[in-house]
Design a protein around this ligand. Structure first.
Ligand code: HDD
Length: 754
């Protein structure tokens, strides 16, 4: 059975006809809970632990097994204890000399409790601080076996994974839907050790050499004096840097495009960015680029919507991911590779494969699927898993090797180094989320937070005292052996190769590959970002960069800024577009799409029931919106309002349906004059008008039946506009709306340049 449909059923069961459900049930969560009046008087067993990663065995000196069960140790037994396992009889009052007397220094419980609390926070990641993670499984198709000996890529091998998605610039508490690149980091717990694919949702990077990373990050982070703005690039220092440092042009263009504001983590591509080297059992090598392709397609928000969401639901992406997994709509990605012959010059069709600002168009090197990843389990504890997970591009397994991309070289140093500050010492691989599933037998010893109690006396080689153990392995025993690639001869220099000098041909290819709507979005994004800069010189310099990509792009942005468009200073590159770069034009599964169904007590409640069932059957999520929370109708036909006009906002829905005329504004709650009296009646509740106007503006499908269309006119939405469906019944409306959702948005509604 389709897991999405199964999940959708689960949601129905939890929300259907239950009058005590809260007005704002979360999709996929059991809504109604028995009212809690008091704490339970009897102790209960703690919640059963969720299955956790296995890891290197550790043994307590008293012989108690710990290791894989360690996570459980923190929460066992029914009674509250201190950190030493001593039971406590009171944790609510400090020890005092009499009820009104001074607190005593001898209160060791107070001291321990506050001490631990004082140290609960760890430094956030210097970049990619805000993220959300999920567990899952990767199943290999075996199609990569001819090019790599990696065991986890053999046919039908299943490997547990943990994925962390992130924004780059914002701090841990910033909002999800800012314009930014998204991180897409995957940890494969393979039987030959951990492999980390630490990628982004954009296939190129700002810089060609890791030595520039502090520069680009300092430029993108908030201004050092005021720490403004948070989590976004729309400010002077960022544009100052990228306009002077033109190798950033391709990446900047990508994230000024729609990929900078994804609709969902579930609808993003992922890229390894660098070229990697795969090695097969015979020692043959192939250069590859890794791609994650989402089953749901690549989809984005529109900018106005993204900005609204930052205020309305700053957790939009992490909520979307967690809700989807909780309800059983497991997101899936196919892993694919583009393959290139490992020639001495390491180029393909004239494209330098060591330059991470380059893509190789999929039309020239198709992405070949090699396995499927399914994310099916939310973390049990955000801090222990999502926050403490430590990725590293140097976590490689036999069969996967690196190339001499200078950006990758710097990363190979940085990712281990940063964990020392972030996780407080060199033993972070022992944290449960980071533990390999392969047996670990290293000779690394001691250090901060050492949790293993190592046995033996000879953590050195060669030794005789531990019988010569552990032994090194050979290639036939899964040892990791670096590919003996010939290193180019030359002198030590601080230089880039000549082939890294073209900064405009690939951006031009990207621009030419965009549809008219996507181009309009890009022009809008540049105009917004540069409009936020104070320095005119930065705007003018950026226009010069844009002129070197394309005159239409430059003219569009110049017009919005009220500046004149300069002439290009380089010949415009003669490049073929790559249609695979455009997000528009295909049709995609509608799984997990959220349908807002607006109704009122006198609306077509039977119709809502039928539509809701059909939405669930299609694997989508229905949310019933009514003037207030509570129950609509009675008896078997009763409906629970999951959103009220107060809590609903268009950005939560992919499509909006009107089942009967919504309540009239003057009688609706919340529409009052200054003294609390109902205001004069208006044709439809203004909140419904706002919701419809936003949905229309954002290119979302809108449907109406049973008189619901009266609200369209009041909201200024033409009933005959593209993507507005008025029909006799809810099911007829839904059928057409579902077809519209397949293309993600009603693209005809967006204006484009002639
Ligand atoms: Fe990086 C984190 C992706 C270049 C240094 N990076 C980080 C994360 C992702 C990426 C997804 C978050 C991992 C997580 O969820 O914990 N980074 C990239 C990509 C790059 C890239 C795709 C270019 C192709 N990064 C890059 C360079 C450097 C770093 C050139 C330094 C020289 N990145 C780091 C870091 C971080 C990091 C400072 C911060 C937290 C962490 O590593 O664990 O070491």
């Amino acid at each position: 059975a389709n897991p999405v449909k199964r999940a959708a059923k689960k949601i129905t069961e939890s929300l259907q006809g239950d009058a005590s459900a809260p007005a704002d049930g979360i999709p996929g969560r059991p809504g109604p809970q028995p009212p809690t009046v008091a704490e339970p008087a009897e102790p209960r067993e703690p919640l059963p632990p969720k299955p956790d990663q296995s890891g290197p065995d550790t043994v307590s000196p008293t012989g108690q097994p710990t290791g894989a069960d360690q996570a459980r140790v923190a929460q066992s037994g029914s009674y509250l204890t201190n950190a030493q396992g001593t039971r406590l009889y009171d944790t609510d009052h400090s020890l005092k000399a009499g009820p009104r007397g001074p607190v005593l220094l001898q209160d060791h419980h107070l001291r321990e409790k506050i001490m631990h609390f004082d140290h609960e926070r760890i430094p956030e990641r210097v970049v990619h601080a805000r993220g959300a993670g999920a567990h899952g499984v990767f199943r290999s198709y075996g199609t990569a076996s001819s090019v790599t000996k990696a065991g986890f890529l053999a046919p039908d091998v299943e490997t547990p994974v943990f994925v962390r998605f992130s924004t780059v610039v914002g701090s841990r508490g910033s909002a999800d839907t800012v314009r930014d690149t998204r991180g897409f980091a995957t940890k494969f717990y393979t039987s030959e050790g951990v492999f980390d694919l630490v990628g982004n949702n954009i296939p190129v990077f700002f810089i060609q050499d890791a030595i520039k990373f502090p520069d680009v990050v300092h430029a993108a982070k908030p201004h050092p004096d005021r720490e403004i703005p948070q989590a976004q690039s729309a400010h002077d220092t960022f544009w100052d840097f990228v306009s002077l440092h033109t190798e950033a042009t391709h990446h900047t263009l990508f994230f000024m495009g729609d990929r900078g504001i994804p609709r969902s983590y579930r609808m993003m591509e992922g890229f390894g960015v660098h070229t990697f080297r795969l090695v097969n059992a015979e020692g043959g090598t192939t250069l590859v680029k890794f791609h994650w392709k989402p089953k749901l397609g690549v989809h984005s928000l529109v900018w106005d919507e993204a900005q609204l969401i930052n205020g309305i639901d700053p957790d939009f992406h992490r909520r979307d991911l967690a809700d989807a997994i909780e309800s059983g709509a497991y997101p899936q990605w196919e892993l694919g590779i583009q393959t290139f012959p490992d020639t001495p010059d390491q180029t393909f069709e004239g494209i330098d494969l060591l330059d991470p600002t380059n893509i190789v168009p999929e039309e020239l090197a198709p992405v070949q699927p090699i396995g499927l990843m399914t994310l099916d389990r939310n973390p049990s504890n955000f801090f222990a898993e999502t926050e403490q997970v430590a990725f590293h591009v140097g976590h490689l397994v036999p069969g996967i090797d690196v190339t001499d991309d200078p950006l990758l070289a710097g990363r190979l140093f940085s990712y281990l180094d940063t964990q020392i500050t972030r996780l407080g010492g060199p033993n972070f691989p022992q944290l449960p989320i980071n533990r390999p599933h392969a047996p670990v037998n290293d000779m690394l010893r001691d250090g901060m937070h050492q949790t293993a109690v190592h046995r033996g006396v000879a953590p050195y080689r060669p030794n005789s005292l531990d019988g010569g153990c552990p032994f090194t392995a050979g290639a036939d025993m899964s040892a990791y052996i670096e590919t003996p690639v010939r290193v180019p001869e030359g002198s030590k220099v601080r230089e880039a190769p000549e082939s890294f000098a073209d900064h405009f041909s690939q951006p031009r290819r990207f621009w030419l590959s965009m549809s008219p709507v996507e181009r309009e979005h890009i022009i809008g994004a540049y105009t917004f970002e540069l409009g936020k800069c104070y320095e005119e010189a930065i705007r003018v310099r950026t226009l010069q960069v844009l002129a070197n990509i394309d005159p239409e792009l430059c003219a569009g942005v110049a017009e919005g800024l009220g500046l004149s468009a300069p002439e290009p200073t380089v010949p415009l590159a003669d490049v073929e577009p790559s249609p695979a770069l455009s997000q528009i034009g295909g049709t995609w599964p509608v799984d997990g799409r959220v349908i807002g169904i607006l109704t009122a007590p006198d609306g077509d409640l039977d119709g809502v029931h039928a539509v809701r069932d059909a939405v669930l059957e299609a694997g989508m999520v229905p949310l019933v919106v009514a003037p207030t929370g509570g129950t609509l109708g009675s008896g078997a036909g009763a409906l629970t309002a999951q959103r009220s006009y107060v809590t609903a906002r268009s950005v939560e829905f992919d499509a909006v349906l009107l089942a009967g005329p919504p309540a009239v504004g003057g009688d609706g709650p919340g529409v009052r004059d200054g003294r609390g009296a109902p205001a004069a009646p208006v044709p439809a509740d203004p909140r419904v008008g706002q919701l419809l106007a936003e949905a229309f503006r954002h290119g979302k499908a809108i449907g109406a039946w049973a008189g619901g269309e009266t609200a369209l006119a009041a909201a200024g939405v033409p009933a005959d506009a593209p993507g507005v469906v008025v029909a006799d019944s809810g099911s007829a409306v839904l059928e057409r709306v579902r077809a519209l959702l397949g293309s993600h948005r009603v693209w005809e509604r967006f204006t484009t340049r002639p």
